[in-house]
Design a binder for this molecule. Sequence first.
Ligand SMILES: NC(=O)c1ccc[n+]([C@@H]2O[C@H](COP(=O)([O-])OP(=O)(O)OC[C@H]3O[C@@H](n4cnc5c(N)ncnc54)[C@H](OP(=O)(O)O)[C@@H]3O)[C@@H](O)[C@H]2O)c1
Length: 354
Amino acid sequence: MKIDQSKPVLVTGANGYVASWLVKRLLDEGLTVHAAVRNPNNDQKIGHLKEAAANSKGQIKFFAADLLTPGSYQEAMEGCELVFHTASPFKTDVKNPQKELIEPAEQGTENVLKSAKEVSSVKRVVVTSSCAAIYTDAIDTVRAPGGQLTEEVWNTTASLEYQPYSYSKTLAEKKAWEIAKSQDRWDLVTINPCLILGPALNPQNTTSESVSILKMLGGGEMKMGAPKMGIGMVDVRDVAEAHFRAGFTPEAHGRYITAAYSTDFVEMGSVLLPKYGDRFPLPKKALPKWLLMLVGPMTNKLFTRKFIRNNINVPWKADNSKIRNELNMQFKSMKETMEDSFQVLVDEGIIKAK
Ligand SMILES: NC(=O)c1ccc[n+]([C@@H]2O[C@H](COP(=O)([O-])OP(=O)(O)OC[C@H]3O[C@@H](n4cnc5c(N)ncnc54)[C@H](OP(=O)(O)O)[C@@H]3O)[C@@H](O)[C@H]2O)c1
């Protein structure tokens, strides 16, 4: 599907950690961005986007929209050939997963994509899904056919009770494919990133769990050691680029696992040690599995015994060849991602030296 770059492009959840880099990429390309946010009058949340627009060749126009209100994104979508649907809650500390995760993710996707059926200008929709729609625990990756995740695999292990964020992303992506198949004017492409790290464009006001993880690494919570759980990682700037290419590469199709490498929290900490180890309480070693089994469930409600069994000392395996071959993606090194993310938090005083 060829997209006319003179037409505006919609980004839902435009102020988010990931979307902010995408908006900047689009603006730098000279495009007009229709930025849909919950509150266009909240300068703390969108000031960085206005600044990015002022320093670019592109234009930005803000629209108020909410995932739970049907038709909310329709006005912002008018005239757009390309829609990037990134908005979805990314948090793990929730009291009511149905209300806080599942409904905004699934109904939100339904609302946005149903509007795409109504708005005749739309030709392509790129949905920010997740590797969470493919797997829940590291053990699922090694148990996948061929011993690694591919775009063929769907998450069958998350539920409302166990890892509801992953469940929300699975239901949302399924809904997206169901709606895409009910029409033939636009095509759907999904970007399925693993854990995204890298510098935030608006670090003081970013609620993404990605920034919380960086704070945990540098803030001393893991100074006695980190859980060695297999996880995939990718830089936020590469994820924005992947969205851009998925939007503007006519042949782009289907799902794209967007993962740079396989790692774990111990390695993430050790990459930072040479530059920051003397000033910040970074993890230096792995916490033994038996200790996690013993104290994990008491310290963090995510660290249930089931979670520990399925993730600790289990490698993370995924095949990223589709995005490398079809969208020509190359990925930043772990050192660059970790150092750049960390430096922003240090510069902003979010992580303080000991
Ligand atoms: N970060 C990762 O590691 C990662 C990995 C894979 C996939 N993803 C996906 O990437 C996307 C962006 O996540 P992120 O990390 O950038 O998190 P984020 O910074 O928290 O961004 C989430 C965005 O969704 C918006 N949103 C949440 N609930 C909404 C509602 N009810 N109505 C309207 N907007 C709502 C947020 O708006 P407010 O700012 O107003 O709350 C924000 O703009 C999500 O789809 C997430 O699942 C993230």
